[in-house]
Design a binder for this molecule. Structure first.
Ligand SMILES: *Cc1c(COP(=O)(O)O)cnc(C)c1O
Length: 234
């Protein structure tokens, strides 16, 4: 069941890549397992999933304990500074860095355990007040500061498009993120070129791939719809 859904998603990704003249190897699938129990996650792993995305550190810690590092763990949800210690221990990539204060806390904790923590900058491209993320015009100053932190490596940008019944409505937001990344690289604001564009979820990942996404975060299309009080809302 999970295997079938997963295969359908990976086929859609491959087809979309082909249509856009891109290689399917250029798009990483992050399987978002918030609210999904360990047994089902194991099913996904057996079906070939390699990257798991969680949006709460506490939940991730429990599952990580059960499942371990057979997959890579990514943090996709808002991260509070008081959860940074566990986050740095568990996650190979934190998609959701949205303040300098948080980046500094990650740097400090990563230094303590002698790790360089890969991060993405979450950008609030749409400007919705309900969303976390740095406003686009604050990204350059953010990079200037966060780029100096020795135990944090900025790898790219992440955004969440506004909810809409029409996937195409997300296109301008994805395009804007792509252009922002392009400009950062062109101006050489970072030592190592940013290569990860984390954009696209169950309802809009094909549009995101067309607009240059290199990492799609997909939950419902693989695990089905379910009510999860308090787990959405970003
Ligand atoms: C839940 C979540 C996803 C996955 O969303 P689906 O619509 O279930 O594919 C992706 N990114 C973030 C930040 C999320 O919280």
């Amino acid at each position: 069941m999970i295997a079938d859904r997963l295969q359908a998603v990976t086929q859609r990704i491959a087809k979309c890549c082909e249509k856009s003249g891109r290689s399917p190897d250029d798009v990483c699938l992050v399987c978002v397992t918030k609210g999904v129990e360990a047994g089902v996650i194991r099913e996904a792993l057996a079906a070939g999933v390699q990257v798991l995305g969680e949006n709460r550190v506490q939940d991730a810690a429990v599952k990580h304990c059960l499942i371990g590092d057979t997959a890579s763990w990514h943090m996709v949800g808002h991260l509070q500074t008081n959860k940074v210690r566990d986050a740095v221990r568990i996650f190979s990539l934190i998609h959701s860095v949205d303040s300098l204060h948080l980046a500094e806390a990650i740097d400090k904790e990563a230094a303590r355990v002698r790790k360089v923590q890969d991060i993405l900058i979450q950008v609030n491209v749409s400007g919705e007040e309900s969303k976390f993320g740095i406003p686009p015009d604050q990204v350059f100053p953010f990079i200037k500061e966060a780029g100096l932190l020795p135990h944090v490596a900025i790898r790219g940008l992440m955004t969440i498009a506004p909810e809409s019944a029409d996937p195409d409505a997300a296109r301008p937001h994805f395009r804007r993120l792509y252009e922002l990344q392009d400009e950062i690289n062109e101006r050489r604001l970072v030592m190592d070129e940013l290569t990860i564009l984390s954009m696209g979820m169950s309802d809009d990942f094909e549009v995101a791939i067309e607009e240059g996404s290199t990492m799609v975060r997909i939950g419902r299309a693989i695990f089905g719809e379910k009510e999860q009080p308090g787990s959405g809302g970003q």
